[in-house]
Design a protein around this ligand. Structure first.
Ligand code: HAM
Length: 415
């Protein structure tokens, strides 16, 4: 028997229903804030992520699913959604026609990481990206939106950690100091971190090895390297969050695993889970880095599996809908036509037995499928021009004339 590939999973119907309910609530929040949907392909040129997420990041060096297509082009299954949205924003000149656009997207992302609870190789994100505002009020507004989505979606207790990563200039100064510090501790670092130290010392913060974590707990933080503008920007974000009554925690060691971030970054955690359920930040240089004009931007993405794990599963549905049950080919034929017209009239599921079995087994199947009404006919009923309607909740049944059937069903279904 086959199984889903390691790190992937099947979204079974009840979970899918829970996901849909969460997404509907989240999208309602976003649309009221002026967001529109923009979906990009699952495949992108691999270079897009090298240039944005970063050559030295774990995502690019270890986790990206890449392959050559038949023409030898190096493609990647997208590991995240921000770079593709910026690519589309530039490719379609949206920065010209719709410069201050706000987009949301949802769908699968792929990272070849070690699978565990809440960490998958194919996982779902709901992401948002906001362009063309450099003001701190947009950071506060976007962080507030994350609060709104999580709380309206039913996540009760969550924490948001914030940090200020500064602009590129601040980051340069800090990187120099950090690599000086790490050079002194090089022997205590794992092999990966020794490479990170050369390529991008900030990425050592992504390391999960305990010895490295211990070294990093004594490392200088970026807060002493921030220029006046970056300090003021962040202070204003914090002041605005106070006004919006948003609780947060300042976390000076929060650096995030993607290279494009500047200034404000944040992560939300909930329940006992240490891993973030959502994360994001500003990326004021990415649009220009990918060949566009200087346009600031920011956004976040919610890990949908992690959110769903915190929500109760929807309960199996109440009985609803209609099942046609037939005995004989003539009844089956007649019912197909009825079924197709009924579907236009009612908003509950209208189905027909998949195959002709005894009346008892067809009724048993309809019961398992949680149908409310069974419409039964065999040769005898057809000859008399009647159908039997059986209520599967209480077993009551009666015969109705064919001419009255549709009206009776629509009445019973509350239409
Ligand atoms: P990220 O922190 O890499 O950011 O991912 C965002 C969220 O996706 C995480 O907080 C987590 O909930 C979920 N996630 C990440 N990896 C996995 C995994 N292997 N399995 C399950 N869930 C996972 C980004 O992707 C940025 N593009 C977010 C962003 C948007 N920044 C600005 N705009």
């Amino acid at each position: 028997m086959f199984q889903a590939p390691r790190g992937t999973y099947d979204l079974l119907p009840l979970k899918a229903e829970g996901l849909r309910a969460f997404l509907n609530k989240a999208i309602a929040v976003l649309e009221k804030a002026g967001f529109v949907e923009l979906e990009t392909p699952i495949l992108e040129e691999a270079r897009l992520f090298n240039r944005s997420v970063g050559e030295g990041s774990d995502i690019v060096t270890k986790e990206m699913y890449t392959f050559r297509d038949k023409k030898g082009r190096l493609l990647a299954l997208r590991p995240e959604g921000t770079a593709p949205i910026v690519r589309a924003y530039l490719e379609h000149h949206l920065f010209y026609s719709n410069p201050s656009a706000r987009f949301y997207y949802y769908g699968p992302m792929f990272r070849y990481d070690r699978p565990q609870k809440g960490r998958y190789r194919q996982f779902l994100q709901l992401g948002v990206e906001v362009f063309a505002s450099a003001y701190p009020h947009t950071d506060a507004e976007v962080i507030f939106l994350l609060y709104e989505i999580l709380s309206q979606g039913g996540i009760e207790k969550f924490k948001v950690k914030l940090n200020n990563l500064g602009c590129r200039k601040c980051q340069k100064g800090y990187e120099k100091r950090l690599s000086g510090f790490l050079e002194g501790q090089k022997k205590k670092l794992c092999g990966d971190c020794q490479i990170r130290l050369k390529k991008n010392p900030l990425r050592t913060f992504d390391c999960k090895v305990e010895d490295c974590q211990e070294v990093l707990s004594g490392a200088p933080t970026i807060s002493n390297f921030l220029c006046r503008d970056c300090q003021n920007h962040f202070q204003e974000v914090l002041d605005l969050l106070e006004i919006l009554n948003v609780k947060y925690q300042r976390e000076e060691r929060l650096v995030r695993g993607l290279d494009y971030y500047t200034r404000t970054v944040w992560e939300a955690t909930a329940g006992d889970r240490k891993d973030a359920i959502a994360a994001g930040g500003r990326y004021d240089n990415l649009v220009a880095d990918l060949g566009g004009p200087e346009i600031p931007a920011l956004g976040f993405a919610i890990g949908l599996e992690r959110v769903l794990e915190l929500l109760p599963l929807p309960q199996p549905q109440e009985r609803r809908g209609v099942r046609f049950i037939y005995l004989g080919a003539a009844a089956r034929k007649k019912m197909l036509a009825l079924l197709c017209s009924l579907r236009r009239l009612v908003s509950v599921p209208v189905t027909i037995s998949p195959e002709e079995k005894s009346l008892k087994s067809q009724l048993r199947l309809a019961d398992k499928d949680r149908c409310l009404l069974a419409i039964i006919a065999g040769t005898n009923e057809l000859e008399r021009g009647v159908f039997t309607i059986r209520n599967l909740a209480n077993g009551h049944q009666q015969e109705v004339k064919e001419a009255e059937l549709i009206e009776r069903i629509t009445k019973c279904c509350g239409q």
